[in-house]
Design a binder for this molecule. Sequence first.
Ligand code: SF4
Length: 365
Amino acid sequence: MKYIDEYRDHRIAHALAAEIGQRVTRQWVLMEICGGQTHTIMRYGLDELLPPGLELVHGPGCPVCVTPLETIDKAVDLASRPEVILVSYGDMLRVPGSSSDLFRVKAQGGDVRVIYSPLEAVKIARANPDRKVVFLAIGFETTAPANAMTAWQAKREGLTNFSIIVSHVLVPPAIRALMVSPQNRVQGFIAPGHVCTVMGCGEYESLVRDFQVPIVVGGFEPVDFLEAVLLLVKQLESGEARLENQYVRSVNYLGNLSAQAVVKEVFEEADQKWRGLGVIPRSGLRLREAYAAHDACRVFGLSDIHVDEPAGCSSAEILQGLRKPSDCAAFGMRRTPENPLGAPMVSSEGACAAYYRYRRHAVAS
Ligand code: SF4
């Protein structure tokens, strides 16, 4: 299959790994931002192909993992109300809130529905004029255009029974927050190719300049990932810090301007709480005033709440690249995808779920 098979070719992958091995002369710490890339590493054992001097740490690029506990609690609250139909993506149903999750609410009779495309949420609102449909819309820049389209479409149709709980996050402010942290260990980043497909890669240039840190936009197949690592290693070993684009078959400098226009029409930047990382300035999206009628928090008068993270979950350190999932005392013993404590074990893009799925032998030994 074109654009898949050649990027999974083990001979090319091994050749890239060998070149990386020849070039690495000292210890480097690299972070892949995206959870999809973490799963690629684990699924294909890419970290085991790399030289011992190269450490891969996993970043905060799983949207389910960084959705604040408060957002889950608000969704659980609304889903428990008889007049509400709560719709979201499948992964969100199992994320534990502080006292319940959406699956439990559904089991207790709440009308919670899984959707596969955001516009299905609008369709459900159209079909149920006597109910209030709330869409729990989460994600990075990649899903922001499609989620924005739901509010745009609902406004256009005058659907007064449709609203959104928005928890959208942006990658560049998160990289900035990681870099200014006194605990930071990361010396080079692999930026997420799907985010950059929408936003372009140009916005990463200021990070490279401000922190003198190399950033390579990378794809999601094994050869993509190893090529991105090689580009980073070449820069680090020669003392350079540049923005490079490995994922040229999908990413350009400016991105998808039409998609960006929809996002700008509906959302505006705002300070955002990230689970595990705290509040990062201007790192999220909220609905503009013109879309206030579709803002679930306003429609239902939900006030701001604060909830403490569960004790015993190391997800904050994992999302900052300070620890690995297998360092967590609960990993694989008490905590599995069927019985999660933190979001990284729930999400199909979560680092803990990736380690659990592909490295169970490490748990058993
Ligand atoms: S294994 Fe579970 S408890 Fe441990 S860090 Fe991951 S999500 Fe948290």
